[in-house]
Design a protein around this ligand. Structure first.
Ligand SMILES: Cc1cc2nc3c(=O)[nH]c(=O)nc-3n(C[C@H](O)[C@H](O)[C@H](O)COP(=O)(O)O)c2cc1C
Length: 191
């Protein structure tokens, strides 16, 4: 699959088949992630892979609680309250794997590097017939001391991109894109 096809075919997948992703496939996705550009080629990332269903369910429960507790600070999440309160809702959509891309340093450039690695990983997943979805709703909890301690994430690392992957159960609908706002800058009359 060429890169433009992968860019257009990638979707946020929220329904997965009960089918494991092999270590070889996961390694290929992580390899693709590491070929992202990074400032001064520092490659300031670390990949935490969780593929145990019980652990993922426990992480989901904790992430939902953390979001509910933080709801007053996040009025934009008000519409999600019923979903977060539902015990049946798994924030990771029962995907078989969660890959948390963590920045190994706290600086802003490392965050950008991790976002680029995340996009590479999601496009590679598409090319291999896998679905993926960035689960921003888990970030509040993942960035707590408790979550880091439980998952073995060093305290100085910053979880940036929690990405679920797995084999899609059907094809998600395609959300429309807005026309790009493009403003061409001609010859500048410097003052
Ligand atoms: C930073 C970020 C956080 C996201 N967090 C969530 C999330 O917590 N749950 C979810 O279902 N989708 C999440 N998404 C997926 C977006 O909703 C999705 O990318 C968007 O609706 C566009 O759809 P598409 O990816 O299929 O083009 C997130 C995407 C990004 C980039």
């Amino acid at each position: 699959m060429d890169v433009l096809t992968a860019i257009h075919a990638r979707r946020a997948v929220r329904d997965y088949r009960d089918e494991p992703v092999t270590d070889a496939v996961l390694a290929a996705l992580i390899d693709a992630a590491t070929w992202a550009p990074s400032g001064i080629n520092l490659q300031p990332w670390c990949f935490f892979v969780i593929d145990d269903a019980a652990t993922l369910a426990a992480c989901s429960a904790r992430a939902k609680t953390a979001l509910q507790d933080a709801a007053s600070d996040h009025p934009e999440l008000a519409s999600l309250r019923p979903m977060l309160a539902s015990p049946a809702f798994n924030i990771f959509y029962n995907a078989p794997v969660l890959i948390i891309i963590c920045a190994t340093t706290a600086d802003e450039m490392a965050m950008k590097d991790c976002c680029l690695a995340a996009q590479n990983l999601m496009l590679a997943a598409t090319a291999k017939g896998l679905g993926s979805c960035w689960i921003g709703l888990s970030e509040t909890w993942l960035n707590t001391d408790q979550a880091k301690a439980a998952l073995g994430i060093p305290s100085e690392f910053k979880p940036v991109a929690p990405i679920i992957v797995g084999y899609p159960n059907g094809a998600p609908s395609v959300p429309a894109r807005r026309e790009p706002d493009v403003r061409h800058v001609g010859k500048v009359a410097w003052s």
